[in-house]
Design a protein around this ligand. Structure first.
Ligand SMILES: [Zn+2]
Length: 391
């Protein structure tokens, strides 16, 4: 598998992007990798690829380690809501009269998207494909038929699915073009392929993950899709919404019902110099965030990280000196007595505040000030950092 050439345009002319930390990176499963992020932007098409490090998909990561992604405090509710929002958005572009009697979810995880699809299409036969053994077991317990393995390994009936859908998978695969070809094999003559993935035109958390090999600009995704050979290639991007991180959607079909579906190519256009500058700045921010956090922790203070999810894992990996100082994570949900990345997770009522405590917000940017206001009733020293992470 050649990881050096751009999977979109074939060139080997990369502009390196900074590593948020020189020694380590982190995966969406909160696993710290002892290797830098290693991503670069293609000088010709703006595609981001993990060029300096081997793809994790070439190891047994997805089979063995991926499940820990779901094994975190409060995740069930978090992912159920998140996938319901993605599915509602995705299905809003599908023909409302179509019943899609046979459907398959590629990379279905524990079946959160399928749970929502089952509500929308109660009469459909719904199958899933998933490489993680643990995830397969949970999805099967929910009553779904799951084919264990990667799509190319699963023994699926070609041309038999009326709807082939896949959410947040294409950025993880080893070969994005081959992935779309595999989906094409599965879909019926009049069937529809619908995929969603992060929108790489707005620098966001998606570029920080070591298990995401690619960041697609809209034109990257559309360009790739056009090479697959469907009559209709439709693209859309999500608006800014707290329930849906910046995302993009592709619909591929030969079904005439979708002939009229179109988009304005101008909406998909991104200036490559501008996006490189933004990505560069975004990835460089963690050096500043790390310094800022350390500067705001007084000597001898007990350090409490508020949160135990995505953004906390980003801080843990990219600001490791801060993470070393953290005594425990604090959450306002029912977390039981769990662990997160080696730290204990405690609920609010289990903690007696002390005047010398430092609370660092370990949740996503955008609403840290709001959280600070809330926590400041109890704690004097609440530290936020999202003003250092622009875009
Ligand atoms: Zn390229």
């Amino acid at each position: 598998m050649e990881t050096k050439n751009c999977q979109i345009c074939g060139n080997n002319d990369w502009m390196p992007l900074p590593d948020p930390n020189k020694n380590q990176s982190v995966t969406t499963a909160s696993r710290v990798l002892r290797e830098p992020l290693g991503k670069s932007q293609c000088n010709h098409c703006g595609f981001v690829q993990r060029t300096r490090i081997e793809f994790l998909g070439l190891t047994d990561y997805y089979e063995q380690d991926y499940a820990t992604y779901y094994d975190r405090p409060g995740t069930d509710l978090f992912h159920k809501k998140r996938y319901a929002a993605i599915i509602d958005w995705m299905t809003s572009y599908l023909d409302p009269k179509s019943k899609f009697p046979k459907q398959i979810d590629i990379g279905c995880g524990q079946g959160w998207a399928m749970e929502r699809m089952r509500e929308i299409y109660p009469d459909a036969v719904l199958e899933g494909v998933e490489p993680s053994h643990y995830n397969v077991r949970v999805a099967v317990e929910k009553g779904f038929t799951i084919h264990e393995g990667k799509i190319e390994e699963a023994n699926l009936q070609a041309g038999s699915y009326d709807l082939v859908f896949s959410n947040n998978v294409i950025q993880h695969v080893n070969d994005a073009r081959d992935f779309l070809q595999q989906l094409k094999k599965l879909v019926s003559e009049d069937g529809v392929i619908a995929i969603t993935c992060p929108d790489g035109s707005r620098p966001n958390i998606e570029i920080l993950w070591g298990d995401q090999n690619f960041s697609f600009l809209p034109e990257n995704l559309i360009g790739l899709a056009k090479q697959i050979g469907f009559n209709t290639v439709f693209w859309a991007c999500s608006g800014d919404s707290p329930s849906l991180p910046p995302a993009q959607l592709l619909i591929l079909t030969n079904n005439k019902l979708y002939d009229q579906l179109s988009f304005n190519p101008q909406d998909a256009h991104v200036d490559l110099t501008d996006i490189y500058r933004k990505r560069h700045e975004y990835l460089s921010s963690f050096e500043h965030i790390s310094k800022h956090l350390l500067a705001n922790i007084p000597e001898g203070s007990r350090v409490i990280n508020f949160g135990a999810s995505y953004w906390t894992s980003v801080l843990a990996a990219y600001c490791p000196e801060y993470w070393d100082k953290v005594a425990f994570c604090l959450v306002d949900t029912d977390a039981g007595n769990s662990m997160f990345m080696g730290k204990q997770v405690l609920e609010m009522q289990a903690v007696t505040p002390d005047n010398t405590d430092t609370i660092v917000i370990g949740t996503g940017p955008g609403w840290q000030q709001q959280l600070k206001d809330k926590l400041s009733d109890t704690w004097h020293n609440v530290v936020l950092w999202d003003d250092l992470l622009r875009y």
